[in-house]
Design a binder for this molecule. Structure first.
Ligand code: AMP
Length: 535
C-alpha cells in the first residue's frame, strides 16, 4: 500500500504563521527553526541582497524598514487602486506599488514582487520546516483565511500556496478551523461562538457542531478592532501622564514613540498575569543636556477603564450577529477564544457576564486555527470525514449602470451554493457585448465594494441564464447558458471597469461631504492602523 501523502494545516497570519500536522488523528503544531511554534510572517531583502524570511527578517526590520515586508495579509488580493489600498499604503514602511495584474504589490530592492509571491516565501519556509520536522516531503496543505476574505483574497492565498510548491487541498475559514480543533470527533451537538480578537481585527462566528458536521450559521466582526487599539489607549495614557508631569510632548519624538509603543504592549500583556506594572523607560528624552526618564505605573483596573469600550464593542458585534440570525444568547453552548488579545482578563470576565458561562478552556487561542486546518487536511480522504457548511461573509453581485450594486448571493447564505438569474442587456443599446462587472461587499454602491472581475459575452446572450456558483472554498465560478448548456466563463479584465470608473468619478464629485463623514466614522481607525503597522 502506498503511504498517504503528508498534509499540513497552515494558519497564515498577519503577524505570525503556524503550521500543524496530524499523527494518529492528534494534531500538533510543528516547531519552527528557532524552536518557537510561530514564524513571523515577515519577508526582507538584506543589504547583501539575500531574501530573508521569518524571525531573521523581523530582527532586521528596525534598521532596514524599506525592504522589510510585513502585514501583507491586509493587502493581498486587493486591487492597487481600491480605496482600502490607497488609504492604507502610506502606513507601511515598505513600498506598496501596483503589480503587473493591477493588484497591490511590494517593491524590494527595485524589483516588484506580487503579494502572493511574498506570502509564498513564508509558506515555502514553513514547508521546509515541516519537512525537516516530519522527515520527508510535505506536498499538500490546507491554508486558513479570515472568514471575511473575498474571492480575490482567497484566490491570492491559494496562488501563494501553489507558488510555495504546495498542492493546496483546501482554503478554510479561520473560525471554522478553530471550531474543528474544538469539536472534531467529540460527537457534540452544540452551538458554538468563536470569538477571535487578534492584533488588528475582531471576528465572530456562530457554528452548529453536530458530530463532525460544522455549519457556520452567521459571521461578523470589525476588520479594524484589535490588540493595537488596546495598545494605543495605553500609549495615549502614558503620553498624557508624562506631559502632565514634565510638560514634554513625546508624541512628536519618533524614537521615544517606538519605545513607548513596545512598552505599552508589553505592559498590557503583563497585566494579563499580574495586577500592577510600572512602565519604565530610562532616558526617554533630555532637557538642557540632562536625561529625563519615563515612569508611569499602570494597574489592571486602569487598563480596564481605558479599554472597556473596546471590549464592549466586541460584545455589541456578537449580539448583532446573533440577532441577525435570531439566535438567543442563551442558546450558545460554548464560547471559544481565538487571538492573543482574547487572553485579557476583562475579555474573559465579560464573556462570563455576557454569555453566563466561562470561555471554553483547553482550546489554545494561538494554535487552534492551525490545528483545525491540519485536522481538516487529515480528514479530507477519510471515510468518517468532516463536513463543512460555510456561510458567505459578504454579498456577491454585479454593477448596475447607475453604479449601484445588485446582490445575487446574500450575506450569510450557505455555501456551497448556486444562484441563477437572467443576463441583463448590453448597457449601451446596440452594443456588441454584454459586460457584467462583478463585485463583493456590503455596500449598496459598487465603489465601496471589491471588484472581482468582468463577464464579457456577446450581446446575443442577453436574457440567458447565468449561474453564480460558490464552491466549498467560497470561490466563485460563473456559468452562462449557451445553446442549452451552461458554460463556465473566465472572469476577464484586470483593469478598472467602466462602471467603476464612472462610479468613482461620481464619488469624487460628492467627495467633500462623504470624506468628512468617513473621517468621522473611522475616527481612531487610521491612527490605530498607523501604529499597528509601526508607522
Ligand atoms: P494575534 O493576531 O492572535 O497574534 O494577536 C496578537 C495580539 O494579541 C497583539 O495585540 C498582542 O499584544 C495581544 N496579546 C498577546 N498575548 C496577550 C496577552 N497575554 N494578554 C493580552 N494581549 C495579548
Amino acid at each position: 500500500m502506498s503511504e498517504k501523502a503528508r498534509i499540513v494545516g497552515i494558519d497564515l497570519g498577519t503577524t505570525n504563521t503556524l503550521v500543524a500536522s496530524v499523527k494518529n488523528r492528534v494534531p500538533k503544531v510543528v516547531p519552527t527553526d528557532r524552536g518557537n511554534l510561530i514564524l513571523p510572517s515577515v519577508v526582507a531583502l538584506s543589504a547583501k541582497g539575500d531574501l530573508l524570511v521569518g524571525g531573521i527578517a523581523k530582527d532586521q526590520a528596525v534598521t532596514n524598514p524599506k525592504n522589510t515586508v510585513y502585514g501583507a495579509k491586509r493587502l493581498i488580493g486587493r486591487k492597487y487602486d481600491s480605496k482600502i489600498v490607497q488609504d492604507l499604503k502610506s502606513y507601511y514602511t515598505w513600498d506598496v506599488v501596483e503589480g503587473a495584474d493591477g493588484s497591490a504589490a511590494a517593491s524590494l530592492g527595485g524589483r516588484v514582487y506580487s503579494l502572493p509571491e511574498i506570502s509564498s516565501f513564508v509558506l515555502a519556509h514553513v514547508k521546509t520546516i515541516a519537512e525537516q520536522f516530519l522527515g520527508g516531503p510535505v506536498e499538500q496543505a490546507v491554508i486558513s483565511v479570515p472568514a471575511y476574505y473575498n474571492d480575490n483574497q482567497r484566490q491570492a492565498v491559494k496562488e501563494a500556496g501553489q507558488l510555495a510548491g504546495f498542492d493546496v487541498k483546501r482554503i478554510v475559514n479561520e473560525p471554522t478551523a478553530a471550531a474543528l480543533a474544538y469539536g472534531f470527533n467529540r460527537g457534540l451537538d452544540q452551538k458554538v461562538l468563536v470569538y477571535d480578537l487578534g492584533g488588528g481585527t475582531f471576528d465572530v462566528s456562530v457554528l452548529q457542531v453536530t458530530g463532525n458536521v460544522f455549519e457556520v450559521l452567521a459571521t461578523g466582526g470589525d476588520t479594524f478592532l484589535g490588540g493595537t487599539d488596546f495598545d494605543n489607549r495605553i500609549i495615549d495614557f502614558v503620553l498624557e501622564t508624562f506631559k502632565k508631569e514634565t510638560k514634554i510632548d513625546l508624541s512628536q519624538v519618533p524614537i521615544a514613540m517606538q519605545r513607548i509603543k513596545n512598552a505599552a504592549e508589553a505592559a498590557k500583556i503583563d497585566l494579563t498575569l499580574i495586577p500592577n506594572v510600572v512602565i519604565e523607560l530610562p532616558y526617554i528624552d533630555e532637557r538642557k543636556g540632562k536625561p529625563i526618564d519615563l515612569r508611569v505605573p499602570l494597574s489592571r483596573e486602569q487598563l480596564n477603564t481605558l479599554t472597556g469600550d473596546l471590549v464592549a464593542r466586541t460584545f455589541q458585534l456578537c449580539d448583532e450577529v446573533l440577532t441577525e440570525k435570531g439566535i438567543a444568547r442563551s442558546l450558545i453552548d460554548e464560547v471559544i477564544l481565538v487571538g492573543g488579545q482574547s487572553r485579557m482578563p476583562l475579555v474573559q470576565q465579560s464573556i462570563k457576564d455576557h454569555f453566563k458561562k466561562p470561555p471554553r478552556k483547553g482550546v489554545h487561542p494561538d494554535e487552534c486555527v492551525a490545528l483545525g486546518a491540519a485536522l481538516l487536511g487529515d480528514s479530507l480522504d477519510q471515510i468518517d470525514s468532516v463536513t463543512l457548511i460555510d456561510a458567505l461573509s459578504m454579498p456577491i453581485g454585479y454593477a448596475l449602470p447607475s453604479g449601484r450594486f445588485r446582490k445575487i448571493i446574500e450575506k450569510n447564505h450557505v455555501i456551497p451554493t448556486v444562484k441563477s438569474f437572467r443576463l441583463p442587456p448590453p448597457s449601451a443599446p446596440g452594443g456588441q457585448f454584454i459586460e457584467m462587472d462583478i463585485f463583493q461587499g456590503d455596500s449598496e454602491q459598487i465603489v465601496d465594494n471589491e471588484y472581482l472581475g468582468t463577464v464579457k459575452v456577446p450581446a446575443s446572450a442577453a436574457g440567458k441564464r447565468v449561474d453564480f456558483k460558490l464552491d466549498e472554498e467560497c470561490l466563485l465560478h460563473v456559468f452562462v447558458e449557451e445553446l442549452g448548456d451552461p458554460r463556465e466563463v473566465k472572469l476577464s479584465t484586470r483593469d478598472t471597469p467602466e462602471t467603476l470608473k464612472r462610479a468613482l468619478a461620481d464619488e469624487m464629485a460628492r467627495r467633500p461631504r462623504t470624506e468628512e463623514r468617513s473621517a468621522a466614522e473611522r475616527g481612531g481607525l487610521f491612527s490605530s492602523l498607523k501604529r499597528l503597522l509601526g508607522g
